[in-house]
Write a protein of this length. Structure first.
Length: 358
């Protein structure tokens, strides 16, 4: 590992600045600015804790190496055992520190919209879309995030033709951004009588939630229509024109929302989704400046890119971007145990970003 001490000292000085700023009550008159500085303060504190622990563990390792090389066999054996326990922690801390010191993507702290659409495969594709929704909801629960359905088009068999959820909490987009792309499932559908394995797909798009300052939406660029909701909701929904369709004329993007009974709420939700989609489009244009290597490994978030296969007969999950395969598919899907694969994706991205800085 390279000498990060000079960079650490700069971050330590920045931490002192942040502590002075957040001690000023006037800061909280600007809520957005206060939240931004508080997040930066938490990250700086975590970095200092990791650095201090790394220095401590390194000193302990050096002492144990001396003992392991000594003449006292019993003491040497104990020191050797302690080395085996502490060395993996050094590697883990070094990687965390590397990641913390890299230039930070401004969207990583944001909440996210997760759009899931059934792809090829008919009813089975819609059921798979529902499985993915449940997987992400359980993953959000494990991280203490809030998960709310913004809009949904259920299928007749119990899945979803399309569903959009908002996930809010700490560093949501940092962890979920790797999920964008085509997810492929191989299994025997519940409607299959002869036990044949079918292949179906669902498309996931994870969008960082956009703020009004991120994109300009001019009123003259919009056509907003209201209509009767076609979804669940009983007689009330059917009697009122609560569904809202928003057309963004310059891009051709159309958003339809009918989840709420209130037309006003559906319009607010629709604008939130439209803003996120326009921001994603803006970001993807900017990503053309990234290296081809990074776009091919981590992906551009493109909805056409096949990223993962879920093979139920073999209980196998494969991520094609990093060549990762695990045989705990049932646990991943039913409990939302995505930490391992997301950690590996973060590691791959970190290595690419380190290469780009060389």
């Amino acid at each position: 590992m390279m000498d990060y001490a000079p960079l650490i000292e700069k971050r330590r000085a920045r931490l002192a600045e942040l502590e002075t700023q957040i001690a000023d009550p006037a800061l909280f008159n600007d809520r957005a600015r206060a939240e931004e500085l508080m997040r930066e303060h938490r990250r700086a504190q975590e970095l200092m804790r990791d650095w201090d622990e790394l220095q401590s563990v390194r000193r302990q390792l050096e002492e144990n190496r001396e003992l392991a090389a000594g003449e006292d066999e019993e003491l040497a054996a104990l020191a050797q055992a302690d080395l085996a326990e502490r060395e993996p922690r050094v590697a883990q801390l070094e990687e965390r520190i590397q990641y913390s010191l890299l230039p930070r993507d401004a969207t990583e702290d944001r909440d996210a919209l997760v759009e899931i659409r059934a792809g090829t495969g008919g009813d089975e594709a819609s059921l798979f879309a529902g499985d993915l929704l449940g997987m992400y909801q359980r993953y959000a629960d494990t991280r203490g995030w809030r998960f709310e359905i913004l809009d949904a088009s259920p299928s007749d068999v119990g899945g979803f033709k399309e569903v959009t959820a908002r996930v809010s909490g700490e560093e949501v987009f940092r962890y979920l951004k790797y999920e964008s792309g085509v997810h492929r499932v191989q299994r025997v559908p519940v409607t299959e009588t002869q036990g044949r394995i079918h292949t179906s797909t669902a498309t996931v798009a994870v969008l960082p939630e956009a703020e009004e300052v991120d994109v300009e939406i001019r009123p003259e660029d919009l056509r907003i229509e209201t209509c009767r909701s076609g979804g669940a909701g009983g007689q009330h929904v059917n009697r009122t024109e609560s569904a809202v369709q928003i057309f963004h004329l310059p891009t051709g993007i159309m958003v339809r929302c009918e989840q709420e009974r209130s037309q006003i709420k559906n319009r607010e939700t629709g604008m939130r989704i439209l803003r996120a989609r326009l921001f994603e489009m803006k970001q993807r244009e900017a990503q053309l400046n990234y290296s081809e290597k990074r776009r091919s490994l981590i992906g551009s978030g493109g909805r056409e890119e096949k990223i993962r296969t879920y093979n139920f007969p073999q209980n196998r999950l494969t991520d094609h971007r990093i060549g990762y395969t695990a045989y705990n598919l049932d646990i991943v899907v039913t409990t939302g145990a995505l930490d391992e694969i997301i950690s590996r994706m973060q590691h791959a991205e970190m290595q690419e970003r380190m290469d780009e800085l060389k």
